[in-house]
Design a protein around this ligand. Structure first.
Ligand code: THU
Length: 135
């Protein structure tokens, strides 16, 4: 357990407070640091047709792309789990599209935070590099 960057945590908690989660009652916030220092926020948004719901991480990633950014230098996710929240598999794959495997990923719960990265979260992943093999 370690201490995450205060600005990213603040941004993610702010987004978490705006989560639309009337079905799961499990609000999640995400914050992405861009290469230029800007922070992009995301929260989960659920739907009465449950399968259409989207996680905080993917909302943040897609908002970043819509804002013109396709490279994230640091990621933070916060949820109301006891220990560090675990991003779903779909979000791990989407974050890897835009985040170097060794870039810091902070997973925050009620009782502390874990610093990890996408190499650990998604080992042996299929990544954009696999589509353009050098040999
Ligand atoms: N959720 C996220 O937004 N991110 C995670 O890392 C885990 C799960 C959302 C999806 C759904 O709205 C709710 O949390 C319960 O699964």
């Amino acid at each position: 357990m370690t201490t995450p960057p205060a600005d990213l945590l603040r941004a993610a908690r702010e987004a978490q407070a705006r989560a639309y989660a009337p079905y799961s009652h499990f609000p999640v916030g995400a914050a992405l640091r861009l290469e230029d220092g800007h922070i992009i926020q995301g929260c989960n948004v659920e739907n009465a047709s449950y399968g259409l719901s989207i996680c905080a991480e993917r909302n943040a990633a897609f908002a970043a792309v819509a804002a013109g950014a396709t490279s994230f230098s640091e990621v933070l996710v916060v949820g109301e789990t006891a220990g560090p929240i675990a991003p779903c598999g779909a979000c791990r794959q989407v974050l890897l599209e835009f985040t170097e495997p060794d870039a810091p990923v902070w997973l925050v719960g009620r009782e502390g935070a874990l610093r990890t990265n996408l190499r650990e979260l998604l080992p042996n992943a299929f990544s954009p590099r696999d589509l353009t093999p050098e040999d």
